[in-house]
Each structure stands twice: as C-alpha cells, then as structure tokens.
Design a protein around this ligand. Sequence first.
Ligand code: C5P
Length: 230
Amino acid sequence: MKAQLVLPAAGQGLRLGAGQPKALASLGGRALLIHTLSRFAPLGLVRTAVILAPAGHTETYEALLGEFFPGHACTVLEGGAERQASVERGIAALEGETDIVVIHDAARPFPPEQAVREAMEAANGEYDGATVALPCADTILVGDTEQLLRHTPERRYMWACQTPQVFPVAVIRAAHERARTEGFQATDDASLVQRMGGRVKLVHGSPLNFKVTSAADLALAEAVYGNALA
Ligand code: C5P
C-alpha cells in the first residue's frame, strides 16, 4: 500500500490576524507548517507530501521545507480560493502508483499518530474512507438565520470533524469531481465521499487535535507544545 500526504496550507489566516498565512505562524519559534508536517515523519509521509500554499507564498514554503526537511522531495503547489479547491489541486498531483491519500489540515499541529494509523487501515480496507473525529461532549444546537433554535440532534450521534481524512485515491478524485460539477461546497472531504454513497469510518480523535484558528488557539497550541502534552 502506498500512501501520500496532502496538506492544505493555503489559508490566509485572516482570523488569526497575524498578517501572514496561518501555516507560517510561529509555534515555539517554528512555523506551524513544520510542526504539523513533522508529525507525519514516523509514518514516512513527509518525503512525498503535497503542500498547498497561498498565492505568492510557494517559494517561502519551499525554502522552509528545504531548511527543515533537507533532501525531501515535497511538492509545493498554489492552492485555490477555498479549501476544497486547494485539496482538489493536491489530489490531482499525486504520484501514479499511490493507493491512498491522507488529507490533513496544516492548521492542526497535533494529529494523534494512533488515530492516523487507524484511519489509514480503514481506508485501505473495507471502507471508502475514514475521518478522524471527536464525539461531541456538548449538545449540538442547529439554529436558523434568525439565530432561533431549529433542531437539537441526538448527542450520541454527534461528532466534531477533525483531520486527517484518508481515502483511496480514485474515490476521493471522483467525489471532488462530482462536487465541482454539481457546484457543491463542503468544508471537509469526507462529506463529499458520503454524499455519493461512500461508507466513511469515523475514527476517534483527540481534543488536542484542534485547529488553530484564532490567537487564543495559538496560545493553547503553545501550551500544549511547551508542556509536551501531545
Ligand atoms: O479555513 P480553515 O481554517 O478551516 O482551513 C483549514 C485548512 O485548510 C487550513 O490548514 C488552511 O490552510 C487550508 N486552506 C487551504 N486553502 C484555502 C483555505 C484553507 O488550503 N483556500
């Protein structure tokens, strides 16, 4: 089984307000991108990783990768306007003999290794894909446009979506192509596979696999990293 990593890192980081792409934000003096990518080294997924960068930043990313992963042949490509477009560009660039693709947000610096392995096994076995996710501790409320409570789904079936999401290459390419043709936009990739009838396994993630979005998240990530909690 040959696996490749696709790392969408083309977000502008506007909610972080640092005036630079989020993946370049400093965590313990090192770019978030480098932290996240390092987590995939034990899985042998750094060498052939495909990384999506915001327009105008591909060279910065390449220089950074050259510094921290010398001799590795990571590919840096320009991402799209939305995450979905960035991922579609990434999966189009995979090597011909790749069986499964591991898609992970650069903005999640602490993916739990065991869950990643489980998701890879599921996607390489009896499922059409797998996503790392976290059972919701909070009750989820569905509101409407006027901020009125519309519906309260049963909590035991609620999961917060995380990444990595892992898929056989042919499955995820077909799902993206269909979504694009039908003008469907999602904030993750597993939903694209599920909407065309695919069976996607939910794999238990970790609260520490949070996405760095705001300055508060970055402070939390500093604490996790500084105290070696993940
Ligand atoms: O926007 P959000 O924070 O949910 O993004 C999740 C991941 O998708 C981040 O790692 C971000 O860099 C990436 N992204 C991307 N291309 C975009 C928007 C977001 O690769 N156009």
